[in-house]
Design a protein around this ligand. Structure first.
Ligand SMILES: [Zn+2]
Length: 257
């Protein structure tokens, strides 16, 4: 195993390459926690995942970054020597024919935007701009029911399928009935639901906006951003999320932000 994994340095986002499982609905349930930042999603993830049949996975979208940085796992070990993640990453890589320890970002679960431990070689300004444009266009596409799927949406759906395959692989190794992903972003929730509607359960976590605002200020955010984070996610977007998942992937035309 490569103890010093480095990012691949490849293109912005690698297309789905490792969805090789033939999915069988009902094998494992994916619980996705959707919330604004600083709302307690990690705690809720741990609480739900502590069920005997559950498995708490944290913000799984960030796993490639954690592999690249060999971050410390919650068990206290670096992820490369963690007794849970090490065999999972190695084993899933074998099924895909990719060594994710040396090419972590080919484990593509969607856009990575870390706020605490950041891989500056990967999380560049250009990628953050690309993410913003992609999410903006995905939102507009669903909001106004534009025909067809944009290349951005297709990439996000492929990334969600990768995630579903990864969850299925974890189920085969752990025997658990459900896994918990606290990646939070509402578009990721919609895309995971689109990829596996029968298996995805979305939990909307809403913390008191005043507490989120205060938490944002304590972390150095400016007041406007600290408030917008909660308001955008909870007051408007979660309304769309519920409807989008009920209707497929389209936002209702009668709803306004
Ligand atoms: Zn661990």
């Amino acid at each position: 195993m490569n103890k010093n994994p480095r990012p691949s340095g490849g293109p912005f986002f690698v297309k789905q390459k490792h969805a090789r499982f033939s999915r069988k609905s009902g094998t494992v349930m994916y619980v996705f926690i959707c919330s604004a930042g600083h709302s307690g999603s990690t705690l809720l993830d741990i609480l739900i995942g502590s069920h005997p049949q559950g498995l708490s996975l944290g913000e799984i979208t960030l796993l490639p970054k954690n592999i690249a940085l060999d971050s410390q796992c919650s068990c206290g070990r670096p992820i490369s020597s963690c007794q849970f993640w090490s065999p999972i990453v190695t084993g899933f890589g074998k099924t895909a024919g990719i060594d994710f320890w040396s090419r972590p970002y080919e484990l593509d679960f969607g856009f990575i935007k870390a706020s605490d431990e950041i891989d500056r070689r990967h999380q560049t300004n250009a990628r953050m701009m690309y993410r913003r444009i992609s999410y903006g266009l995905q939102y507009l596409s669903m909001r106004y029911r534009l025909p067809g799927q944009s290349v951005f949406r297709r990439h996000s759906i492929d990334a969600a399928k990768n995630k579903a395959d990864f969850f299925d692989y974890i189920q085969t190794q752990s025997g658990k009935s459900f896994v918990v992903d606290s990646s939070k972003h509402y578009l990721e929730a919609i895309n995971l639901h689109s990829a596996a509607p029968a298996d995805t359960k979305i939990v909307l976590l809403v913390r008191d906006g005043r507490a989120v605002f205060h938490s944002g200020l304590r972390r150095g955010m400016n007041p406007k951003s600290a408030l917008a984070s909660w308001a955008n996610t909870c007051a408007a977007l979660m309304r769309y999320l519920l409807t989008a998942c009920h209707e497929g992937t389209s936002f209702p035309s009668s709803t306004r932000t």
